[in-house]
Write a protein that binds this ligand. Structure first.
Ligand code: KG4
Ligand code: ZN
Length: 338
């Protein structure tokens, strides 16, 4: 039998610096350094992010190699996030990976971050994996897409946001509520004890499988501002109900589009991926829907929902099998498409 390749994955597209070691399809380590520096600014500050990546990248890679109990000489290839993301952040991971590839004389593999979110489903954990073709709702801080996946290396975006992403809708709403960045997990937490019918907000009317969240954000902002004029303690007194109602509005948009995508394509293999796929309400609503509409649902482990290098390493593995290698002239791209 052929020896399973060992691949080092590097992720640095936004505000998390991550390195992972994969052997075949099994993750040996997945180290992540989160950047606390952004929380007080209500969003990621690109200049601070790239500086923090530069400080974190060597210690994170070192920790991933140690945790995997391998030597750097055992690594057969290095895979890195080429885009999309913040250019300054991408360049740190890209430059590191090119140097490592050159120094260790091993192949360099470039990976699309959004495709990697989807491919995390194929990390070997002894669980069932989606069967081709399948649909994936990829929902993160920067993207909201419905993707049709034909094979590991062939994917088509069939629905996309025309303005904000779902994660952005969570984070911007959280900012209006004076919650720290990233607000998605906090809204999820407070929503658990709130009434999702307490407040209603404007619903977008977008055709096909596309999404829109900017109107919802404005509707949330106006409703809260109007109420604050009448009662300056409106947010504190209604925080849980506000979180539950905002979360309901965002997830409702996602669920309706996924229903539409199933009807349109007839595909009954459905996966979710990206940071917002950690949301407990999205998970439970989709689970209910999967029973009603009789489809197979695939939900990633929490640690593979938000940005991580394990998903870059598994994507690198599939490209390694095809000998789909990049070279030193490969350029990071902030708006890389499929
Ligand atoms: O995939 P990701 O880590 O980074 C990007 O590629 O953007 O996604 C981050 C996004 C943030 O907007 C964050 O608020 C959101 O995922 N998020 C959540 C939850 N956990 C993370 N949103 C709602 N509920 C959650 N539990
Ligand atoms: Zn992401």
């Amino acid at each position: 039998m052929l020896k399973e390749p060992i691949i080092l994955g590097i992720e640095s597209s936004c505000d998390d610096t991550s390195a992972a070691i994969i052997k075949g399809k099994k993750i040996l380590s997945n180290e992540i350094a989160n950047q606390e520096v952004h929380s007080i600014y209500g969003g990621v500050v690109p200049e601070l992010a790239s500086r923090a990546h530069q400080q974190n990248i060597i210690p994170v890679v070192d920790a991933a190699i140690k945790k995997a109990k391998i030597k750097k000489e055992d690594i057969n290839a290095i895979a890195y996030t080429k885009g999309p993301g913040l250019l300054g952040s991408l360049l740190v991971g890209g430059s590191f990976s090119k140097s490592f590839s050159m120094g260790m004389k091993i192949p360099l593999i470039s990976v699309n971050h959004m495709q990697a979110h989807i491919l995390c489903h194929f990390i070997d954990e002894g669980k069932e994996v989606p069967k081709f073709p399948f649909l994936c709702l990829t929902v993160s801080g920067g993207h909201t897409q419905i993707v049709k996946i034909e094979s590991y290396n062939s994917m088509e975006v069939i629905g996309n946001t025309i303005d904000d992403a779902a994660g952005e809708a969570f984070d911007k709403s959280a900012k209006i509520l004076n919650l720290e960045y990233p607000g998605g997990p906090l809204i999820d937490k407070y929503a658990q004890k709130g009434n999702f019918k307490a407040f209603t907000f404007g619903k977008p009317k977008v055709k096909n499988l596309d999404f829109s969240f900017s109107g919802l954000k404005t509707s949330i902002l106006y409703k809260i501002q109007n109420n604050l004029h009448k009662n300056p303690r409106f947010i504190e007194e209604n925080l849980k109900d506000l979180c539950a109602s905002i979360q309901f509005s965002i997830i409702d948009i996602l669920i309706n589009k996924i229903k539409k995508a199933i009807d349109k394509t007839g595909i009954k293999e459905i996966a979710i991926a990206g940071g917002v796929s950690a949301n407990s309400f999205l998970r439970s609503e989709l689970y209910k829907l999967s029973k009603d509409k009789k489809f197979n649902l695939y939900i990633p482990k929490f640690e593979y929902c938000t940005d991580n290098a394990a998903m870059i390493a598994i994507s690198g593995y599939f490209k390694y099998l095809e000998k789909d290698f990049a070279n030193q002239r490969d350029q990071s791209s902030a708006s890389l498409s499929f």
